[in-house]
Ligand binder design. Structure first.
Ligand code: ADP
Ligand code: MG
Length: 700
């Protein structure tokens, strides 16, 4: 009888085609079951009537009963505000409206009693209620409400069409009355027992109509557990399909290229973390399955050399390797530094970007096809169809958040078997995201910086400190250092942002006049050649200051630059600020990061500045970012196909997610294809949620 749940909402009493269309459109709700999964966003207490004198708590909710008098309009010719006074035996309190004024005027009759419900608002040392709910009060048929009454979010359109919270609640009641006993369980019994979860049916009733706070707590726990459960099932299932069905190249040899480099040309000794990561990855590339691994290492942790050594391993096994970077400047820099490190070794490498000349390009194409070109470094130009490798074994992608999933997939097509794939990112991934969003990737981490790095001193300055800043910059330049000044450009097309940058540049020229000082400028609207020219002036030490947008965010390495000034720092997200700060502190000198903001800051902006001043730890910063902005906004998570958890909260549920993940892993270990009887309802629910069969023998 669970088909009942799949009935269209049109057939509910009080819905009909028009309201159904609104629910379809606004909430994506089509069936009764969909509607049941639209949960209250908060709960209010209507189980008692308060007295006016009890209203002593700003932002708390109160239910009062009293008479309404002294209706007054303010504003002329048109009223913009109406106030009234509600009086009970203990005192009087003001009610205020800014909207629906005509309705308010006609709502009240002198001497009659009303029940009002609303949030107390403390202003000018007085409490009032703004836009309270109002009902007629009739002692004979008045019943107190629940202590935990669900409130449903509803849009203006919904409210205007009789789909406000009260009616939503009525609909829920109606559906539950007919369907509650048919709500199927989706988690295996052993999971319910082990985790002491309440049944799905009890949870769904309680989330809409909780009897008390305790029951609500259990319902929320059960429902979040289920959300994470099916997502983990999806992620781990995908991972095991990849491991079971994909044959991969086996890199067994450690040979000439790797050894020669390691013993003779390694420019420094590797950190323990670099060694460990190389070991982990070597094992992974030798087990016969295609590697799909994320390598996280904070800015400056030395990911490039790791990539190089793994590419040499590919060569030792007779394969080609490629390294893809998100910008031309970065690709060029990788190319230069790899060529420098390999200059004594017989390795053929080339650079391919959008501006590679045609003739050069032909040469690359040919030597790729005949296999003589061993390492190709480049930008997204690498994924064009004309680029054909003879034997591509390893793909390294730097700064992964710039590449979409689809782009990555196109690289897979360039090889007979799926090549090994290593995605490198400096964005620290909070543990919860590592388990969810990136849950199907393997994960390695360089959690140690090369020796001798000094922490970057970070200061937050307001406009009154600008003179001090200029003096400090001059001092640093006199010491021979270089300085970045970064402006936020949220969208490269944003004219206002560009104007701010240009004005900032002009002001800097006044403060740092030629010929004593030289300033270069880099932003997204420059032509590639000009950008390159300006970058080179800074890289070669010919300019003291580089004014830039976030183009420098990814990866440039200029050890002599020791000061990072970030203008309008509050407009950047935490991860971005952290990346920017990582551009300095790469040499032996003490480095500085100065965050400039206006006096006026949002609470959020203030927290971000404080976090940056207090910590250098990329993980702490990423977790703070997740907490402040939520997973949807966190860098690198946008094109992720991440589900929206309705009750689950990634910023807070680390322990729960870990537990769920372990439980799912255990289930799949015992019953990888969910064939046993006890897992049938789980399997069925999975197939419904993800609209795909669980059985991978049928996927082909
Ligand atoms: P990222 O992880 O940000 O890409 P890079 O690979 O660019 O970092 O390395 C940053 C700098 O640190 C480079 O100048 C690199 O040569 C240097 N480096 C990397 N590993 C070590 C090491 N083990 N010891 C000393 N310096 C290192
Ligand atoms: Mg790098």
């Amino acid at each position: 009888m669970s088909v009942l749940l799949e009935n269209k909402i049109e057939y509910l009493k009080g819905v009909g085609p028009k309201r159904a269309a609104i629910l379809n459109k606004e909430l994506g709700v089509f069936t009764m079951e969909d509607l049941l999964h639209y949960y209250p966003f908060r709960y209010i207490d209507k189980s008692r009537i308060h007295l006016v004198k009890d209203v002593q708590d700003d932002s708390s909710y109160f239910q009062l009963v009293g008479t309404v008098s002294r209706l007054q309009s303010f504003g002329s010719p048109r009223a913009t505000r109406i106030t009234a006074v509600l009086t009970d035996e203990s005192g009087s309190i003001e009610l205020v409206w800014f909207r629906g004024l005509t309705w308010v005027k006609n709502r009240f009759q002198p001497g009659k009693k009303y029940v009002i419900f609303g949030k107390a608002n403390y202003f000018n040392r007085q409490y009032s209620f703004i836009h309270p709910d109002i009902d007629d009060y009739n002692p004979d048929d008045f019943t107190l409400g629940e202590s935990q009454q669900g409130v449903y979010q509803s849009s203006e359109t919904m409210k205007n069409n009789g789909l406000g919270t009260k009616n939503m609640s009525r609909l829920m009641k109606q559906i539950l009355a007919v369907t509650a006993e048919y709500i199927p369980e989706t988690l295996p019994d052993w999971v319910l027992a082990q985790e002491r979860l309440i049944s799905r049916k009890t949870a769904l009733v309680a989330i809409h109509f909780p009897a008390n706070t305790d029951q609500l707590k259990h319902a929320r726990h059960r429902i979040s557990f289920e959300e994470y459960f099916f997502f983990q099932l999806h992620v781990l299932h995908r991972k095991s399909i990849r491991k079971q069905t994909g044959a991969g190249y086996v890199f067994q040899q450690v040979g000439f290229y790797f050894n020669e480099f390691y013993h003779h040309y390694l420019p420094f000794s590797l950190t323990q973390a670099q060694k460990r990561v190389i070991r982990e990855i070597r094992v992974d590339m030798a087990n016969g399955m295609p590697m799909n691994r994320l390598l996280q290492g904070d800015v400056g942790s030395g990911k490039t050399i790791v990539a190089l050594m793994l590419m040499l391993l590919a060569l030792d096994n007779g394969f080609q390797a490629t390294l893809m970077a998100p910008t031309e400047i970065l690709a060029q820099q990788h190319y230069d530094s790899l060529r420098e490190m390999l200059k004594e070794m017989p390795v053929q490498l080339a650079l391919l970007t959008g501006s590679t000349r045609k003739k050069q390009r032909q040469q690359i194409d040919e030597s790729l096809k005949d296999g003589s070109l061993q390492i190709l470094i480049g930008t997204h130009a690498l994924i064009e169809e004309t680029v054909v490798f003879s034997k591509l074994g390893l793909v390294v992608i730097d700064e992964q958040h710039r590449f979409g999933v689809a782009q990555r997939a196109r690289l897979y097509e360039k090889s007979a078997l799926t090549p090994h794939m290593l995605v490198m990112t400096a964005t620290p991934i909070p543990r919860t995201l590592a388990m969810t969003q990136y849950g199907d990737l393997d994960y390695s981490q360089i959690d140690e910086l090369p020796p001798g790095r000094k922490p970057v001193k970070t200061l937050h300055f307001y406009p009154s400190q600008r003179l001090r800043l200029i003096g400090f910059m001059k001092q640093q330049i006199a010491l021979g250092r270089q300085i970045y000044v970064v402006y936020p450009i949220i969208k490269e097309s944003e004219k206002l942002d560009l104007i701010a940058l240009k004005e900032g540049y002009e002001a800097l020229i006044r403060d740092f006049p030629e010929p004593q000082y030289r300033i270069c400028v880099v932003h997204g609207q420059l032509k590639a050649d000009d950008k390159e020219f300006e970058m080179q002036r800074f890289i070669k030490g010919q300019a003291h200051i580089m004014v830039a947008t976030t183009v420098i965010e990814v990866g440039v390495n200029i050890p002599n630059a020791s000061v990072m000034v970030i203008e309008h720092a509050d407009r950047f997200g935490l991860s971005q600020l952290h990346q920017l700060r990582g551009r300095v502190g790469r040499g032996a000198d003490q480095s500085y990061c100065i965050l400039m903001t206006d006096y006026k800051l949002t609470a959020d902006g203030r927290k971000r500045m404080a976090t940056m001043v207090q910590t250098q730890d990329g993980f702490k910063i990423a977790e703070a970012d997740l907490l402040l902005r939520g997973p949807g906004e966190t860098q690198g998570t946008r094109q992720s196909g991440m589900p929206e958890f309705k009750l689950g909260n990634l910023a807070k549920d680390e322990a729960l997610i870990r537990k769920v993940r372990n439980t799912v892993a255990r289930m799949l270990e015992e019953d990888p294809q969910l064939r046993s009887e006890k897992h049938q309802s789980t399997r069925k629910n999975y197939e419904k949620l993800y609209k795909q069969s669980f059985d991978w023998s049928r996927i082909g």
